[in-house]
Design a protein around this ligand. Structure first.
Ligand SMILES: *[C@@H]1O[C@H](CO)[C@@H](O)[C@H](O)[C@H]1NC(C)=O
Ligand SMILES: *[C@@H]1O[C@H](CO)[C@@H](O)[C@H](O)[C@H]1NC(C)=O
Ligand SMILES: *[C@@H]1O[C@H](CO)[C@@H](O)[C@H](O)[C@H]1NC(C)=O
Ligand SMILES: *[C@@H]1O[C@H](CO)[C@@H](O)[C@H](O)[C@H]1NC(C)=O
Ligand SMILES: *[C@@H]1O[C@H](CO)[C@@H](O)[C@H](O)[C@H]1NC(C)=O
Ligand SMILES: *[C@@H]1O[C@H](CO)[C@@H](O)[C@H](O)[C@H]1NC(C)=O
Ligand SMILES: *[C@@H]1O[C@H](CO)[C@@H](O)[C@H](O)[C@H]1NC(C)=O
Ligand SMILES: *[C@@H]1O[C@H](CO)[C@@H](O)[C@H](O)[C@H]1NC(C)=O
Ligand SMILES: *[C@@H]1O[C@H](CO)[C@@H](O)[C@H](O)[C@H]1NC(C)=O
Ligand SMILES: *[C@@H]1O[C@H](CO)[C@@H](O)[C@H](O)[C@H]1NC(C)=O
Ligand SMILES: *[C@@H]1O[C@H](CO)[C@@H](O)[C@H](O)[C@H]1NC(C)=O
Length: 561
């Protein structure tokens, strides 16, 4: 990027002597309002899509008066108060409203813009190094292109500030005392560059980073002197409607609660990123990778894409944590599933941690799961709640120990593995709503005597592991599930006429007849329940699947042949 800036400034400064003319530029407008000129030399117009062309030009395009052969006029300032804080603009030469007027007054004591500045049609303002406590009301600068307020005393940026300033292209608020920025500060206009480097921001909404539906070049939040909590107050969800994002962002030497893309993606999958976030680069220089669950989430992307949205310098391309991945290069982790599985985070909020049934809650994005491990406790029932999505802000738990707890909110989008191994559960009552997210329920080493009808809540489950059960029967609602999700192990049930339907269900659904899936009849030499169907053929046949199999099918077959 700095290379591109360099090219532009070279073009502008060397124009007249070397005869580089306007044919080096092509008119370009990101929004139909700004009239900018994009250098041909950058090859932006050979990009494959308009979004990418716009992104390329956003970084390099200049307004007309910055083109070769064009000039601007600086307006002078007269200080009108003894302390140097009040002023007015004066023009030594005659100015017409057609002049390209710049107001540059750096390293002074201004606290407000000169009293009469609204009567000038200012295009460029630079008040670096003054004492502005706020931006003030700048709504009269309707043609303003560049606003530089670096090194002042600003503390807050409101989303009213830039309303109506449709020509505004670039702002620089770096090295102020900004702690708060409204959400959607550039919502009304199409900004191309903004710099908030070296501030004290506590909370930052994604709408100020990945500005929806507007291509931008460069949002700089580097060297922020406070950890930043990312919010998503407008509930932006990439891929939900046709919203796209294409913004560069720089968070070098800053710490963030969550990667902005993770804040707006239900699931980071290549298809969504290709289509809805096709450009924009994320810079995170300053330290090596924390190879935790956040990076694991981004590892579902192509390696080049991972580097685009989370780029670091080459010498920072290794894991500095956790201990087991220390000093392994990010690429070696990327290609090794075993190592990627180790990229986990503990989730603290809403994890059941008290009493005789303590659990550990772990996010493991590589497998798209959250593991609730309550094994080896004295649980007699399931946890009533497990970590869930908070309703208020994306990360209401971002507190002092943000490195541990901050990841809860995106990991909970994943399936659940509930491990209740080695407990004292006798009644399996899966009535809690979270059971619809359970992929694996491990009940090994529990004296299960009863299973309630709510078992059908596990309609997303692949595995229900109950090898040590002491069941006499199954609830009727198991018919709604695939029989092969159950791992009955060696233990069977007493087979009778009353549960003959289980054998029919299993036969009809073509259940596996092998260990650990088979269900045996403990009262018939451990034969599978399917094998015993004949023995119970005197039971009420007409109400069963088997009737269809043994009577209807052969008849149909007979007439057909
Ligand atoms: C520019 O035009 C505005 C309104 O048309 C007028 O009020 C203002 O005085 C003009 N400024 C100069 C410097 O001529
Ligand atoms: C800013 O000033 C304009 C007049 O220049 C006025 O109409 C507007 O209400 C002011 N806005 C605020 C927020 O004070
Ligand atoms: C301006 O910011 C406030 C507070 O951050 C927010 O409530 C409001 O919705 C924002 N306005 C717009 C237009 O986004
Ligand atoms: C942010 O500012 C730093 C320091 O000035 C600079 O090196 C970096 O390129 C900027 N990032 C962007 C995205 O403009
Ligand atoms: C972005 O544009 C698309 C298509 O025009 C629209 O459906 C979507 O609501 C817009 N998103 C936002 C956040 O404005
Ligand atoms: C990891 O790398 C750093 C810097 O290269 C080195 O100082 C450190 O000893 C290494 N640690 C281990 C455990 O290899
Ligand atoms: C993945 O990493 C593990 C642990 O370092 C190692 O044992 C294994 O061989 C690696 N697998 C591959 C395919 O490199
Ligand atoms: C539970 O106990 C088993 C057997 O003693 C042990 O292998 C396992 O690591 C324990 N699990 C946990 C989470 O402590
Ligand atoms: C549950 O935990 C036990 C040990 O604590 C482990 O052996 C078993 O593999 C775990 N089950 C699942 C499904 O991960
Ligand atoms: C299962 O638990 C729910 C809520 O705790 C309760 O209403 C229901 O009666 C229980 N079902 C059985 C069969 O115990
Ligand atoms: C049936 O299986 C159980 C559990 O493995 C075993 O204890 C029992 O001896 C088996 N019965 C027969 C007759 O094989």
């Amino acid at each position: 990027m700095s290379f591109k800036y360099f090219v532009v400034s070279m073009l502008v400064s060397s124009c007249c002597t070397h005869g580089i003319g306007l044919d080096m530029f092509k008119a370009w407008s990101p929004d139909g309002i700004k009239n900018l000129f994009c250098p041909n030399r950058e090859d932006c117009f050979s990009e494959p899509t308009t979004i990418k062309t716009d992104h390329c030009c956003a970084c390099t395009a200049v307004p007309e008066w910055e083109l070769p052969h064009k000039t601007h006029q600086n307006i002078d300032v007269e200080i009108t108060s003894v302390d140097g804080s009040r002023s007015k603009l004066v023009s030594r030469q005659t100015v017409s409203n057609n002049s390209n007027m710049y107001f540059i007054y750096t390293h002074g004591k201004l606290k407000t813009f000169p009293e009469n500045s609204c009567s000038y049609n200012l295009l460029h303002i630079d008040v670096t190094g003054n004492l502005f406590p706020n931006v003030g009301n700048i709504s009269c600068f309707i043609d303003l292109d560049t606003l530089i307020m670096k090194n002042n005393k600003l503390t807050f940026i409101s989303n009213e500030t830039f309303k109506g300033l449709y020509k505004l292209r670039s702002v620089d608020f770096s090295y102020n005392l900004i702690t708060k920025i409204d959400c959607n500060v550039f919502g009304d206009i199409h900004i191309l560059k903004f710099n908030f480097e070296g501030n004290y921001i506590h909370k930052l909404d994604v709408t100020n980073i990945l500005i929806p539906n507007k291509t931008t070049c460069g949002g700089n939040y580097s060297k922020n002197k406070h950890p930043i909590e990312i919010t998503n107050l407008a509930n932006l969800v990439l891929g939900k409607d046709n919203t796209f994002v294409c913004s560069d962002y720089d968070f070098s030497y800053s710490s963030l609660s969550i990667h902005p893309l993770l804040a707006i993606c239900e699931m980071v999958v290549p298809q969504i990123i290709d289509k809805y976030a096709p450009c924009g680069e994320g810079k995170y220089n300053g330290m090596a990778f924390d190879c935790d669950c956040q990076i694991a989430e981004l590892m579902h992307l192509d390696f080049l894409e991972l580097n685009r949205v989370y780029s670091k310098r080459v010498q920072e391309s290794y894991c500095r944590s956790p201990g087991n991945l220390l000093n392994i290069s990010i690429y070696d982790v990327y290609i090794n599933q075993t190592l990627r599985d180790q990229m986990t985070c503990d989730i603290i909020d809403f994890c059941p941690m008290n009493g005789a049934c303590k659990c550990r809650c772990i996010s493991q994005p590589n497998r798209y799961v959250m593991i609730i491990d309550c094994s080896n406790q004295s649980c007699t029932d399931f946890p009533t709640i497990i970590p869930h999505k908070s309703d208020s802000s994306l990360l209401n738990n971002f507190k002092k120990n943000f490195e541990v707890s901050s990841i809860a909110d995106f990991s909970i989008k994943h399936d659940v593995i509930l491990n209740m191994t080695n407990n004292k559960i006798e009644q399996v009552n899966t009535s809690h709503p979270y059971f619809s997210r359970v992929r694996t329920l491990d009940l090994t080493a529990n004296p299960i005597k009863m299973m309630s009808e709510e078992i059908s809540n596990l309609n997303k489950a692949n595995d229900i592991i109950i090898p040590d059960h002491l069941l006499n029967n199954l609830p009727k609602s198991v018919e709604l599930l695939n029989p092969n999700v159950f791992h009955f192990g060696h233990n069977g049930i007493p087979c009778t006429c009353d549960n003959r339907w289980i054998g029919e269900w299993r036969l009809y659904k073509q259940a596996f007849k092998r260990y650990p899936y088979a269900l045996k009849c403990s009262n018939y030499d451990n034969k599978t329940i399917e094998e015993m169907l004949d023995v119970f053929s005197d039971c009420d046949v007409t109400s069963s699947y088997i009737w269809i199999f043994y009577i209807i099918f052969p008849i149909v077959f007979f007439f057909h042949s």
